[in-house]
Ligand binder design. Structure first.
Ligand SMILES: Cc1ncc(C[n+]2csc(CCOP(=O)(O)OP(=O)(O)O)c2C)c(N)n1
Length: 363
């Protein structure tokens, strides 16, 4: 299969494993070991465990706003697994599976969502950019990294993530255009989870699929079943090697956000249980589990203890940050940019003067 022959205009979704966990396209199974399959599975399970614990903690008032990933684990884990250690991960805010593959420690991830920016202080070797909340901005960063990589005559790739809603932002189009012209080593992944908060995908664009937007920028586009971890991995492996050797690729992972946009959102206001129901059978973890059970790569009685152990590890990580108080309000001014702008310096001085004033008033 030649990646540049894949034609998103045909509107056919690439799938390797169906909902029952059966391999429907054996020629396109990713080249991986049984141990790799286990890593895909345990990482997806770990992601789900973190989500469920974070949601529960948020309801208890012990966690700030949280953006869950439930249903999108294969899209994130399958794509990131195609990267090598020196490749870059460039995310928005709903890429937990990718973060785990790239080695962002669970404790730090929870620290970030707990509102403590120290969680974003990455180990440089991780080659992972911090969470990017301004929608689509991260696509520009990934193109910049690609340009820098080329100038240094290195062959690392940057994989950048965006949601379906993000494709309506100017940044998305500017990044693809620039990448196409300069042939940057960038894999652009769209996690099409069907919603941008309450706005459904059909209100974002009249395109039949999102992968076909690649055509206008002169780059290959691949339309993939994002709930099929094998299809995601095969497509991403092809995309990464194409990006390393030739230029950018756009990959649409067709998936579904099973939960709320964030803990501040109530999805029952804009979709019904009947909308969500069919996606339960497409659950990416269940699908891989069915495959592994049938192939003897996993035993039914292993699953529960594995999940219980993960829950303990995640709760241990959470407890270690719950009461830590290593942030100061000054950090807001200090870490906006590498160096403070004159305006931020002025604001910091104003804040310090305010504190002094409050102190002397108190005396
Ligand atoms: C530039 C910008 N505009 C608006 C927002 C507010 N906002 C936060 S998430 C979101 C929807 C994003 O939807 P999508 O890109 O589909 O990603 P998803 O949340 O579904 O993963 C919006 C509009 C923002 N963060 N940045």
């Amino acid at each position: 299969m030649q990646i540049d022959k894949w034609n998103p205009l045909e509107n056919e979704m690439f799938q390797v494993m169906n909902e029952q966990g059966e391999i429907v396209d054996p020629d396109n199974m990713p080249e991986i070991t049984e141990e790799d399959i286990r890593t895909l599975y345990t990482t997806m399970q770990k992601s789900r465990v973190i989500d469920e614990i974070a949601l529960s903690l948020q309801r208890q008032g012990r966690m700030l706003t949280y953006a869950p990933n439930i249903g999108q684990e294969a899209a994130q884990v399958g794509s990131a697994f195609a990267l090598r250690k020196t490749d870059w991960g460039v995310s928005a805010f709903r890429e937990l599976g990718m973060w785990l593959i790239k080695g962002w420690p669970v404790e730090k991830i929870l620290q970030y969502w707990y509102g403590n920016e120290w969680g974003s202080h990455m180990d440089e070797d991780n080659r992972l950019l911090p969470v990017s909340v301004p929608i689509a901005s991260q696509y520009q960063h990934a193109v910049g990294i690609g340009m820098a990589t080329r100038l240094r005559e290195e062959d690392d790739v940057a994989m950048a993530y965006i949601g379906d809603g993000g494709t309506s932002q100017g940044d998305f189009h500017e990044a693809l255009n620039f990448a196409g012209v300069y042939k940057t080593p960038t894999v652009f992944v769209i996690q099409n989870n069907q919603y941008a908060i309450s706005v459904p995908r059909k209100m974002q664009t009249a395109s039949e699929n999102l992968a076909m937007k690649a055509i206008a920028y002169g780059i290959p586009g691949i339309y993939v079943d994002g709930n099929d971890v094998f299809a995601m991995l095969t497509a991403s492996q092809k995309a990464v090697s194409y990006a390393r050797e030739t230029g950018p690729v756009l990959l649409e992972a067709y998936t579904y956000r099973m939960g709320a946009h964030t803990t501040s959102d109530d999805p029952t206001k804009y979709r019904t249980d009947d909308d969500v129901e069919p996606w339960k059978e497409k659950d990416p973890i269940l699908r891989l589990e069915r495959y592994m059970l049938a192939e003897g790569l996993l035993k039914e009685d292993e699953i529960e203890p594995m999940i219980e152990k993960m829950k303990e590890e995640v709760m241990d990580a959470y407890r270690s940050i719950e009461n830590s108080s290593d942030t100061e309000l000054e950090d807001i001014f200090k870490y906006q940019y590498a160096e403070m702008t004159p305006q931020l310096t002025e604001q910091l001085e104003e804040y310090r003067a305010f504190l002094e004033g409050a102190e002397s008033n108190g005396k």
